[in-house]
Design a binder for this molecule. Structure first.
Ligand SMILES: *Cc1c(COP(=O)(O)O)cnc(C)c1O
Length: 226
């Protein structure tokens, strides 16, 4: 990927994000996270030069490798993948800006224990399985608000910043939209409890996600395409 292409891909996304967010409000700011999991570290550096500042990975080891190699750049790194308990300590040591994929109370409590032992804190989002798909991780929508509050009460080393979800993996736009609306409704209930981010929308559905109230999108394939 050369700089010209990186700039074009990024500009295309920014233009579409602008269109979608302005339909809601001038004040509705949407943060773009570039998901680099299928891409080489050089492509991340090229997109950084084009102006992209936040990137995410879904494997702890890849997050470590890429963030180490690009240590000189003030990139904001996110973790968006399924987290195994035996990788928690490694993830804490990488110090990501945001762990978007806290997907159970059990994981949160284990994470909190390891954070306490290291005297560290971390920013995180609660992942919600709003499409109710067996293949996806995340808490059930019906339980999301109570689990969020329980993490707030029992995990002082986790700073919860909102929710994340992956849209329904189907063709039918109505079903995808319903899954986004489910997440947004939960987010709205959690705003009084400090929620700031409603992370939803990927390459194929981010405009729809923004229309449903997303303020953080995670784009991989469409940002890195060549
Ligand atoms: C891979 C991934 C993305 C980006 O997917 P694209 O369809 O390539 O944009 C977003 N969120 C999560 C959690 C992912 O694993």
């Amino acid at each position: 990927m050369n700089k010209q292409l990186a700039t074009k891909n990024l500009d295309d996304i920014i233009t579409r994000v602008e269109g979608a967010r302005l339909k809601i409000s001038e004040h509705h700011i949407v943060k773009i996270i570039g998901i680099s999991k299928y891409s080489e570290v050089n492509d991340v550096a090229t997109l950084y030069e084009a102006g992209q500042r936040a990137f995410g990975e879904n494997k702890v080891q890849d997050l470590k490798t890429k963030s180490d190699e690009l240590d000189e750049l003030p990139i904001e790194w996110h973790f968006v993948g399924r987290l195994q308990k035996n990788k928690i300590n490694n993830l804490i040591d990488i110090k990501p800006s945001l762990v978007q994929s806290l997907d159970s109370l059990d994981l949160a409590q284990e994470f909190n224990k390891k954070l306490e032992a290291k005297d560290k804190k971390i920013n995180a989002l609660l992942q919600i399985n709003s499409a109710n798909e067996d293949s996806k991780t995340g808490v059930n929508p019906e339980e999301a608000v109570s689990i969020y509050k329980e993490i707030l009460d029992t995990c002082p080393n986790i700073r919860l910043k909102g929710v994340m979800s992956i849209g329904a993996h189907v063709e039918d736009e109505k079903i995808i939209k319903d899954s986004f609306k489910t997440t947004k409704k939960i987010y709205d209930e959690l705003v009084p409890f400090g929620a700031k981010y409603c992370s939803m929308g990927m390459s194929s559905d981010y405009e729809l996600a923004i229309a449903c109230g997303s303020n953080m999108i995670r784009v991989g394939s469409t940002l890195f395409k060549d």
